[in-house]
Design a protein around this ligand. Structure first.
Ligand code: ATP
Length: 313
């Protein structure tokens, strides 16, 4: 292999949380319309791409991550992202080896797969000097998955459509979250199916179109942590609790540990605890560990979207 072919690019991509996740009635194409506010948090996957004759994925990760849950074949969303970029630019048989180092829990409602897809798009774009315009990258990202465009953007953003239409929102806060991971993942489609079931069983089957709470946007703009605690929300909480009643204990423990508020992350099962400051996060962290929650991280937010970490140029 020549030196040119052995060049690599490494890109870092953040996990996302949903400060608000409003879910509307299921559409004819099977998707639910969303009104959401995303925030990028300081938990990352690193993706390294190197020219190769065929597509492959190699997985490594931090010790707490269950890599067995991540496919290492063509179904990995990073390979799907790579193939889509090749098709978009008409690059024929071009392929790459994709190494993913996971720091984002798998199937945790933190969009780790989406982060890898976004990172792969940006890494290959740089490796092959494609100079894909931002709007084209966002469009390709939206085709890969609802959460992929936000991973490109990072920061704090409103998401509409099925979450893929992203627009930055004003956020002056320096927020601290505790991320309480769970031993077992939760399937996103299963949680949405439970959402539809509950709408029929408890309500009359009709679901209102969701709206992002103005109070949430005001709290973000002002950096008001009490206001944020009072206005976060997630319409997937009841369906997730239906599938995983044990999560109720995490919410109870969070309250007893002094968190400002506890929030299900996306479709779960990760639970997020909002804290007043880094010092407060450390106190609540100790309490949660004492209560038996072993995988708890204190992370700041918001952070940048995907960014190049190392490249030979
Ligand atoms: P989502 O809401 O997008 O399902 P999530 O955070 O709950 O997000 P992910 O970690 O993105 O879940 O993984 C969802 C599923 O996608 C996994 O169970 C796994 O089978 C599959 N998957 C495909 N590629 C990847 C990848 N690169 N990293 C993680 N999971 C992947």
């Amino acid at each position: 292999m020549s030196q040119q072919e052995a060049r690599s690019v490494t890109v870092r991509a953040p996990a996302k949380i949903n400060l608000f996740l409003g879910v509307g009635p299921v559409r004819p194409d099977g998707y639910h319309p969303l009104a959401t506010v995303y925030q990028a948090i300081a938990l990352y996957d690193d993706v390294t791409v190197t020219d190769d004759e065929r597509w492959s994925v190699q997985l490594t990760g931090e010790s707490r991550i269950d890599l067995a849950e991540v496919p290492a074949d063509d179904t990995n969303i990073a390979i799907r992202a790579g193939r889509l970029l090749v098709e978009h630019h008409g690059l024929g048989e071009r392929a790459a080896r994709i190494e993913i180092h996971k720091g984002i829990p798998v199937a945790g409602g933190l969009a780790g797969g989406s982060a890898d897809a976004a990172a792969t798009l940006v890494a290959l774009d740089r490796l092959w000097d494609l100079q894909t315009p931002d709007d084209e990258l966002l469009e390709l990202a939206g085709r890969l998955g609802s959460d992929v465009p936000f991973a490109l953007l990072g920061g704090t953003a409103a998401g509409t459509g099925r979450g893929e239409l992203v627009e930055p929102v004003a956020d002056t806060g320096s927020w601290w979250w505790l991320v309480v991971e769970n031993d077992e993942g939760l399937s996103t489609p299963a949680v949405y199916a439970a959402f539809d079931r509950l709408a029929h069983e408890i309500g009359d089957g009709t679901v209102a179109d969701p709206i992002i709470p103005p109070a949430l946007l005001a709290a973000l703009a002002e950096g008001d942590v009490a206001g944020l605690a009072a206005s976060v929300g997630n319409h997937l909480t009841d369906p997730a609790l239906l599938l995983r009643p044990d999560l109720a204990h995490t919410f109870e423990d969070a309250e007893a540990a002094g968190a400002l508020v506890a929030l299900l992350s996306g479709s779960g099962p990760t639970v997020l605890l909002l804290c007043e400051s880094m010092a407060h996060a450390h106190i609540v962290h100790r309490e949660m560990v004492d209560k038996g929650h072993t995988r708890v991280s204190a992370v700041p937010a918001p952070v940048s979207g995907v960014h190049v970490v190392t490249s030979p140029w």
